[in-house]
Design a protein around this ligand. Structure first.
Ligand SMILES: Nc1ncnc2c1ncn2[C@@H]1O[C@H](COP(=O)(O)OP(=O)(O)OP(=O)(O)O)[C@@H](O)[C@H]1O
Ligand SMILES: [Mg+2]
Length: 453
């Protein structure tokens, strides 16, 4: 097999030599170019497995070269060398398609890691997911697009922020990004940022040295170090207290970590993915989330659509999830009868796929025959189905005149309850939702649906 070849683009001969020597010791072939035009000519004339470019070049900008490569040689992974501390340009490079960056003065250890993960990546067949990985189901346009985005961002090292309502599949998306990228053999470390007590956070994230505070009886490895060579997934990142946000910024920006009680910083090679169901930009505007961290973790944003936006995915999701639940319970999977399926497709699923799972789990327990019927589908209390399927949820035949009357009566009762709760809380929807025991989103949905002003 021929040696993988790397193109080094830089106009400083010393740096080119240092990089070339380092790479040749890794058993790689190198070529160099001192400007953009030469680099483009070389890229057009031979195959490269990686391009490593400086930002400032005599006849142009490293970013332009990154963009050009994206357009003309999209298969060649490209990384940039940035001036020390110039995070802005690193972020811009990631946004236009660079998969990673190293900063000057070059840390050769970091450079080696970057190169070896890029070369491993090039050898993989187009970021396919291994067959044992859970699949992201759904054939709606939105889901297809999401799967394409996942494949695309998987090869990059850029931080990705995953937004979407509760239960839409954000964690599943994060795992797929990890599994389909070059870090797949490294660890995937999910952290629920809302679940760690504030006073333990620093030690949990960065670790500590023995004796660095009362109770530190042994060295402890932090979550960042546990994710070395892999992915750190900051779930519910909006819950990070401000002082931790500053510290995490350093991990992302400098790629270093310092355990409590340790004098020196250690290099940290982790890819940071994050998620929240909250609106991060709004929290930034309110001063509850640091703007600088927001820009770093949000280099690429993926939005996972709610189930309401892709009702057409409900049948395949329901069928597959039910089969999985039945398999786990060692049961023959029942069918989902047409009326039950229709009921599922009419329900707005404020809790998204997770709620669909819960509904199906209950249905599986209630179902004794061979098919799931509307009577087995128990939705949130207070919810009723639109007229066409209203009777279905009550376990009777589809809507007749009596059914429609019942719907009206239920709607009136619900409207009264909501209006009363709103009045009691002086029209504070968050408080009213709490009072009614439903989520804010569910309340907002009902308010709109019932036409309450
Ligand atoms: N498109 C999908 N295909 C198959 N399963 C899915 C899909 N989306 C979500 N799921 C399943 O739904 C459940 C919830 O997904 P996940 O935990 O990833 O959601 P989340 O957005 O992180 O939720 P939360 O906001 O509650 O943390 C999981 O069991 C997941 O496997
Ligand atoms: Mg989650």
């Amino acid at each position: 097999m021929p040696k993988p070849t790397v193109l080094v683009v830089d106009d400083e001969p010393d740096l080119v030599e240092l990089v070339s020597l380092t790479l040749e010791r890794m058993n790689l072939e190198t070529r160099s170019a001192a400007d953009v035009a030469t680099a483009q000519r070389l890229l057009d004339s031979q195959h490269f497995d990686l391009c490593l470019t400086d930002m400032r070049l005599p006849d142009g900008d490293g970013l332009d070269l990154v963009e050009w490569i994206q357009r003309h040689h999209a298969k060649v992974p490209c990384a940039v060398i940035t001036a020390h501390g110039n995070v802005e340009s690193a972020v811009r490079a990631l946004k236009v398609g660079a998969f990673d960056f190293v900063s000057k003065p070059l840390d050769l250890g970091n450079l080696r890691k970057l190169v070896s993960s890029a070369i491993r990546l090039a050898g993989r067949s187009g970021g396919e997911t291994s067959s044992h990985a859970p699949r992201l189901l759904g054939e709606s346009a939105a889901m297809r697009e999401l799967r394409e985005m996942i494949a695309r961002v998987a090869r990059s090292q850029a931080p990705v922020h995953i937004s979407g309502e509760s239960g839409t599949g954000k964690e599943l998306v994060a795992r797929l990004i990890h599994d389909s990228g070059p870090r797949t053999d490294g660890p995937f470390v999910p952290v629920n940022c809302g679940a760690i007590p504030t006073e333990l956070m620093e030690s949990e994230f960065f670790g500590h040295r023995r004796g660095s505070f009362t109770g530190a009886i042994a060295d402890k490895k932090g979550l960042v170090q546990s994710a070395e060579g892999g992915t750190l997934f900051l779930d519910e990142v909006a819950d990070l207290p401000l002082h931790m946000q500053v510290k995490l910024l350093r991990v992302i920006q400098e790629k270093t970590v310092r355990p409590i009680g340790e004098a020196r910083e250690e290099p940290a090679d982790v890819r940071v993915l994050s998620a929240t169901h909250r609106h991060l930009a709004e929290l930034v505007a309110e001063g509850r989330f640091r703007e600088d961290l927001y820009y770093r973790i949000n280099v690429i944003e993926l939005r996972v659509p709610s189930l309401r936006e892709r009702v057409e995915d409900i049948p395949v999701l329901a069928t597959t999830i039910l089969a999985r639940l039945a398999y786990r319970a060692r049961l023959e999977p029942p069918e989902i009868g047409p009326a039950a399926m229709q009921a599922l497709q009419h329900y707005p699923f404020p809790g998204n796929v997770r709620e669909l799972e819960n509904v199906l789990e209950r249905a599986l327990t209630l179902c004794t025959g061979r098919a799931i019927e509307p009577a087995h589908i128990r939705l949130r209390s207070g919810f009723h189905l639109p007229e066409a399927t209203a009777g279905a949820n009550a376990g009777a035949a589809p809507a007749d005149a009596a059914g429609a009357g019942l719907v009206n009566r239920l709607e009136n009762t619900e409207r009264d309850a909501i209006v009363r709760a709103l009045e009691q809380t002086r029209y504070n929807k968050t408080a009213a939702a709490k009072l009614l025991g439903v989520s804010f989103r569910a309340l907002r949905y009902r308010i709109r649906k019932l036409g309450i002003e």
